[in-house]
Design a protein around this ligand. Structure first.
Ligand SMILES: *[C@@H]1O[C@H](CO)[C@@H](O)[C@H](O)[C@H]1NC(C)=O
Ligand SMILES: *[C@@H]1O[C@H](CO)[C@@H](O)[C@H](O)[C@H]1NC(C)=O
Length: 266
């Protein structure tokens, strides 16, 4: 009997140990996941030395924490955007649609020539990240969040809409937009560039919009595509419009050869 009981105790002990390990593992995994976006936020933010990263994190969380992840309006991120205003450089502003990789390869290498929203403080902190809050929870989650198109008012989409509007409002001088000749509709009405940014460019602050149509091999469209007529119709008539077809390798060349002058990239 005694022997039997001890065996039971051992079995119980093993079960308890397994349970404790599981719970510990789960909660560690959970804190690690939650920690990831926070530590990414801070490490990216701290590269920009002149900002109060804790304040930005608090404003970031305030926008979506403890809310239904499909009901975070664009305005929720206004206080965050206001705390980190864009300081535009009127010679370098670049917009893009459908050309994210080629544009960011270029801006990473040619900070002397161009920068995008993703090169600004908030844009670079949140680029590529996924997050949301949940009703009744005080944390920022990175899993189980609605995707870009799952619902209109999801936190990621609302943030980028809010940031894009502010970025376009700050635009000045000669502005470049890189569009993709690999799509049938380079000026896609669904894109952030078409739906938010273009109509916010205002003369005389902005003097010109220079579209660079990036052409890969077997490109589907170029500067003659009808969607660009829509762009011109939506653009402030006092902003000078131009469009140039440029081979993708030419754009890449500009990134790899720093001796090319900014104005001679294409
Ligand atoms: C160019 O634009 C229009 C709409 O604006 C689109 O329907 C069409 O497919 C495009 N043309 C080509 C050749 O892809
Ligand atoms: C464009 O510029 C002209 C001259 O500066 C001005 O009279 C006109 O109101 C402007 N048009 C628009 C739509 O802003």
């Amino acid at each position: 009997m005694v022997w039997y009981k001890r065996k039971e105790n051992i079995a119980g002990g093993i079960i308890a140990a397994v349970a404790v390990t599981l719970i510990l593992g789960l909660s560690l995994g959970l804190t690690r996941r939650q920690k990831t976006i926070k530590s990414t936020f801070f490490s990216r933010c701290e590269k920009f030395k002149e900002h109060d990263c804790q304040k930005l994190w608090d404003l970031f969380e305030k926008a979506h924490v403890n809310k239904d992840p499909c009901n975070v309006p664009v305005e929720a991120y206004d206080p965050l955007i206001a705390a980190a205003p864009f300081i535009p450089d009127c010679k370098k502003m670049m917009f893009w649609s459908g050309t994210k990789d080629v544009v960011h390869d270029l801006t990473a290498k040619r900070k002397d020539c161009y920068f995008t929203l993703e090169d600004t403080l908030l844009g670079s902190i949140l680029d590529g990240l996924m997050w949301c809050g949940k009703n009744g929870k005080d944390d920022t989650f990175t899993t189980g969040c609605p995707g870009w198109s799952d619902c209109e008012n999801n936190p990621v989409r609302s943030f980028w809409k809010c940031a894009s509007a502010a970025y376009a409002d700050a635009a000045c001088g000669d502005v470049t937009a890189m569009l993709s000749g690999s799509t049938t509709t380079p000026f896609d009405p669904e894109s952030i560039f078409a739906s938010i940014e273009v109509t916010r460019l205002k003369a005389p602050r902005v003097s010109s919009l220079n579209v660079v149509m990036v052409l890969q091999m077997n490109a589907k469209s170029d500067c003659t595509n009808a969607s660009l007529k829509n762009l011109q119709n939506q653009l402030d008539p006092n902003i000078t419009y131009s469009c140039k077809d440029v081979a993708e390798h030419r754009v890449e060349q500009c990134g790899s050869q720093p001796q090319i002058m900014c104005g001679s990239c294409w």
